[in-house]
Design a protein around this ligand. Structure first.
Ligand SMILES: [Mg+2]
Ligand SMILES: [Zn+2]
Length: 208
C-alpha cells in the first residue's frame, strides 16, 4: 500500500468541555476552567506516543453573545499554559462559533463545522497533515462519536461530563468503538491500539 500525497498522520481529536475540563455550562471566565485530575497525564502520554492532539469544540456561546472569540482564544492559551506546566501539549485548537439560533448575526447560521459536522476535523487535517480515517475522536457526547464515524475515525465515549448520562440513552443508530470512564482510559485504549508500532512508525505505517 503506497501512501498518496493526501495521506497524513493519525491524530487524537479531543472534545473540550466534559472531556478535558469540567463542563460548567457556558464557560465564560478563566477562573472557571477546571481540569479533570487525569487530563494532563493523559495528554502527555499521547504526546509521547507521537500522536498530534487536536481540540475540536462547539462554542455556540459566541453566537449566543455570551462571550467572544477572543475569550475562547484566551481560554485555550490558559489551558495550554497549565498543560505545559505538566509537560503536556495540545497541538491545535479548533472551535465552531456558530449556532442556527444565535443572537449575534455574524455567527448565526447553519455551518459545516458544528459537531457532529466534520468541518473542523477537515480543517485540522489540511492544516496539520492528518489522516482522520486513522485517527481517534474522544468526547462525552454521542455527537463526538458521530463525528468520529463521519470522518472514518474510531469514536470513543468517555463517562466524564455528560458521558454517563449519554451512555444511558444511546441513540439506536450510533455505537462507540469504546465507552470508557475518562480521558485517561481513552488514552490507554488508543495507545494499546497503536501499541504494536514504535511511536515514530505509528505515524508513518498505515497498518499502525
Ligand atoms: Mg463535551
Ligand atoms: Zn460552525
Amino acid at each position: 500500500m503506497t501512501a498518496g500525497p493526501e495521506a497524513g498522520r493519525p491524530a487524537v481529536f479531543l472534545d473540550r468541555d466534559g472531556t478535558m475540563i469540567e463542563d460548567v455550562g457556558y464557560l465564560d471566565s478563566l477562573d472557571r476552567i477546571a481540569f479533570f485530575p487525569w487530563t494532563v497525564d493523559a495528554i502527555r502520554a499521547l504526546n509521547r506516543a507521537g500522536l498530534p492532539v487536536v481540540v475540536i469544540t462547539n462554542q455556540s456561546g459566541i453566537a449566543r453573545g455570551l462571550f467572544t472569540e477572543a475569550f475562547v482564544d484566551d481560554t485555550h492559551r490558559d489551558m495550554s499554559a497549565r498543560l505545559a506546566a505538566g509537560g503536556a501539549r495540545v497541538d491545535a485548537y479548533y472551535y465552531c462559533p456558530h449556532h442556527p439560533d444565535g443572537t449575534v448575526e455574524s455567527y448565526t447560521r447553519r455551518c459545516d463545522c458544528r459537531k457532529p459536522g466534520r468541518g473542523l476535523v477537515d480543517r485540522a487535517a489540511r492544516d496539520l497533515g492528518l489522516d482522520p480515517a486513522r485517527s481517534f475522536v474522544v468526547g462525552d457526547r454521542w455527537l463526538d462519536v458521530e463525528l468520529g464515524h463521519a470522518v472514518g475515525a474510531s469514536g470513543i465515549l468517555v463517562r466524564s461530563g455528560s458521558g454517563a448520562a449519554e451512555e444511558a440513552r444511546r441513540p439506536t443508530d450510533v455505537a462507540a468503538n469504546a465507552v470508557v470512564d475518562n480521558l485517561a482510559a481513552a488514552a490507554s485504549w488508543i495507545l494499546i491500539r497503536i501499541g504494536d508500532c514504535h511511536p515514530q512508525s505509528a505515524i508513518r505505517d498505515p497498518q499502525c
